[in-house]
Design a binder for this molecule. Structure first.
Ligand code: ADP
Ligand code: MG
Ligand code: ZN
Length: 477
């Protein structure tokens, strides 16, 4: 089958929780992991007669996301009721935004495969999350802790062309959300969820094919796998002379396939209408200005800066900026260092490895960036060897002690004392008269042997540069 004759077309709908302390329309806590129905009140349980009060911080975070994604911010938008029945939705409607989202247009730039590419956004709107149904043997229960937690939905245009591009888009979007502290992006806690829309068309065609939608994807790997599966499936349907049905599918992570859940012919009619209990949402220009002024440097800008200022490769810049913690760590590490490239390398290997092994955040797993920086400064100043720095770093991860204290405790200082090194050189020369004669007769290769012997005599702690200098002088004398 000729899959190359087809092109995949993908659009993503991402739902992400906003990092507010309280819910969208009431004062209940949004904290994840509390006992069921601990974070509830009459408003988020949808009792009759209660009134929603909009959380201003949620609006600010939505606007912040919109500005980070180059969207137009609507000066005035309205909330709508999206009506449907489900046990986890006690009001029987969700407050969302329909025709007038708070942000329109915009784009996320990805660099999958080298060339930068802009993935346009359709919109970003604010809505409340639903509760959670829990099915146990003999009972179906509802936990309303998540009910009314603020969400934004970020809808992309169908600009993505492969599973890899979709993955790159999601990673970039998640990184941005985390940089601007709009969302923690925790997929495993359901605070960053993705619906995938996929269609295929013959390469060169301008019309879009019929799409299917895959719901319930809670990891980047599942998104990529589901797209690959769905693209192949649709191509096979078309090649067999069939038509792709406009359906909603579920991803089965165990069997690694998508399964139809419902046909769009039975699509819900949500009966949208303006929410009568909330006034229009007005975003004043001053607020947009304020958000713009306090916008941190975003990952794309950092990547460019790292490439330009520190001569890092695209790959290195990508790894360092993927996460704001990592990027901030690198930046706090380097002020006193000359060799930024080796500092970058150190973060990408020693630091990230230690954090991964601990399975914790950088702040809770590795020495403070300034201490790691101090350690690398000692390497630059030739006070310790690179190997000694690695040993010391591993010890610091465990002990939490400073670089200075660790180096002296473990006796890792590199000896640069010329007289001590000169004495060791003389000893080696005296002990190896035959080799010395050979060297002097022209066997240059023996030089390495002498360096090794001196290093050994000094317990591996001597400065190799000083050994080289002194040995050369003494051997040619
Ligand atoms: P629906 O009404 O089914 O939700 P929308 O037009 O609102 O469809 O689009 C939802 C998502 O589907 C958007 O991210 C959009 O980019 C994407 N999309 C729309 N048409 C296609 C298509 N033919 N192929 C792939 N993705 C599509
Ligand atoms: Mg949709
Ligand atoms: Zn509440």
């Amino acid at each position: 089958m000729n899959h190359d004759a087809y092109e995949a077309v993908i659009g993503l709908e991402v739902h992400t929780h906003l990092l507010t302390k309280s819910k969208l329309f009431c004062g209940c806590s949004t904290e994840f992991g509390r006992a069921p129905n601990e974070n509830v009140c009459p408003v988020c349980m949808g009792m009759p007669g209660v009134l929603p009060v909009l959380n201003q911080h949620a609006v600010e975070l939505a606007v912040r996301t919109g500005i980070a994604a180059h969207c137009d911010i609507s000066p005035r938008s309205i909330f709508d009721r999206k009506s449907y029945f489900y046990p986890d939705l006690p009001k029987n409607y969700q407050i969302s935004q329909y025709e007038t989202p708070v942000c329109k247009g915009g784009y996320i730039e990805i660099a999958e495969g080298g060339e930068p590419k802009r993935i346009r956004l359709v919109r970003i709107h604010i809505e409340e999350d639903a509760g959670k149904n829990i099915h146990e043997t003999g009972a179906s229960l509802v936990d309303f802790n998540r009910s009314c937690v603020p969400l934004i939905e970020i809808v992309s245009e169908p600009d993505l062309r492969s599973a890899a591009e979709a993955g790159a888009y999601l990673r970039e979007l998640r990184a941005i959300l985390r940089y601007i502290e709009a969302s923690d992006g925790r997929m495993e806690e359901g605070s960053f969820r993705c619906d995938v829309n996929v269609s295929v068309r013959r390469r060169g065609a301008s019309e879009l094919g019929t799409k299917s939608e895959i719901k319930n994807l809670n990891s980047f790997r599942f998104v990529e796998k589901a797209i690959e599966y769905e693209v192949s499936r649709q191509i096979e349907v078309l090649e067999a002379g069939g038509k792709v049905a406009q359906e909603t599918h579920l991803w089965d992570p165990v069997r690694e396939e998508t399964r139809p859940m419902r046909s769009k012919e039975f699509a819900n009619d949500y009966r949208y209408f303006p929410e009568p209990d909330l006034p229009p949402l007005v975003v004043p220009a001053a607020m947009v200005e304020q958000v713009r002024r306090t916008m941190p440097e975003l990952p794309a800008a950092r990547r460019k800066r790292y490439a330009a200022e520190f001569a890092l490769s695209d790959y290195e810049a990508q790894v360092l900026t993927a996460d704001r913690d990592t990027s901030d760590y690198f930046e706090s590490m380097i002020p006193n260092l000359k060799n930024r490239k080796s500092a970058a390398n150190w973060v990408m290997t020693e630091v990230l490895r230690a954090a991964n092994e601990a399975g914790k955040s950088l702040a809770n797993s590795v020495p403070p960036a300034t201490e790691t920086g101090a350690l690398l400064k000692m390497v630059e100043d030739q006070k310790i060897s690179l190997n000694a720095a690695k040993t010391a770093f591993a010890a610091m991860v465990k002990s939490g002690k400073s670089a200075d204290a660790t180096i002296s405790e473990l006796g890792l200082s590199q000896v640069s004392d010329e007289s001590a090194i000169a004495a060791a050189c003389e000893k080696v020369i005296a002990a190896e008269p035959a080799k010395v004669a050979e060297y002097r007769a022209g066997r240059d290769k023996l030089f390495g042997f002498f360096v090794g012997q001196v290093m050994k005599a000094m317990g591996g702690k001597a400065n190799p540069k000083v050994i080289n200098e002194i040995l050369r002088r003494k051997l040619s004398a």
